[in-house]
Design a protein around this ligand. Structure first.
Ligand code: TYD
Length: 210
């Protein structure tokens, strides 16, 4: 049986990592075999690419280089982690995937969605998520929440107009039928319930929960 591949997407600081963790815990309690992973990263080669692409001391990386590095990290991650897990019938929960590249590099860096999609299709070998949860949460709110939390990485420290373009890009992408847009403005517990309800038909259809 083929497994299930679910990605979580949203603006920096929208709480998607917490939601991914909650979902993994919920599924494991139900006895489901879950693999939690993240991008950029998820395996040694891709974590090393992550260190480069998020390094705040690199001041002049071209948008093309950035897009190719994210795609290269993704190629190794699919090859080493996602493909084997999905092929073995496991449920993969991935913090960000290709739609992040379309939103950040396609819209944010203005490289064009079709161009960024093309390099990613080469990278992912047909392994697109069955469904993507998009946490709809404005970048202003997300940044307001993040300020106290951490030092900004190379992408986060871009100006608000970049983050607005990313957010608007996500809104456009969210019209795609494989994206579930979730209102992420409630508490983390409320949002977990919303995501669980929204994903339940997918879990049932895939025979993962009854
Ligand atoms: P992430 O680890 O999700 O950061 P955070 O937990 O702070 O949200 O992602 C790191 C950054 O990389 C984030 O700013 C989004 C960006 N990114 C892209 O620009 N393109 C991509 O393809 C991916 C996967 C991430």
């Amino acid at each position: 049986m083929a497994g299930l591949f679910i990605a979580f997407e949203g603006a920096d600081g929208c709480g998607k990592s917490t939601q991914l963790r909650f979902m993994a815990e919920f599924l494991r309690e139900q006895g489901v075999d879950v693999v939690s992973t993240r991008e950029p990263g998820g395996c040694p080669v891709s974590e090393r690419i992550r260190d480069i692409v998020l390094d705040r001391d690199i001041e002049d990386m071209s948008a093309q280089t950035e897009a190719l590095l994210y795609a290269a990290a993704r190629a190794q991650h699919v090859y080493e982690i996602i493909k084997p897990a999905v092929d073995a019938g496991r449920v993969v929960l991935c913090d960000r995937f290709m739609y992040s590249s379309l939103a950040y590099q396609g819209y944010g860096r203005q490289l064009g969605v079709d161009e960024v999609r093309a390099i990613n299709e080469f990278a992912i070998m047909g392994y697109m998520p069955d469904i993507t949860v998009f946490m709809n949460f404005s970048p202003e709110r997300a940044f307001g929440r993040m300020n106290e939390l951490k030092e900004y990485d190379r992408i986060e420290k871009e100006d608000m107009s970049f983050h607005e373009r990313v957010f608007e890009g996500f809104q456009k992408l969210a019209k795609s039928p494989d994206i579930l847009a979730i209102d992420a403005n409630g508490t983390k517990f409320e949002t977990h319930e919303v995501i669980k309800r929204a994903l339940m038909p997918t879990f049932k259809q895939a025979g993962i929960l009854d």
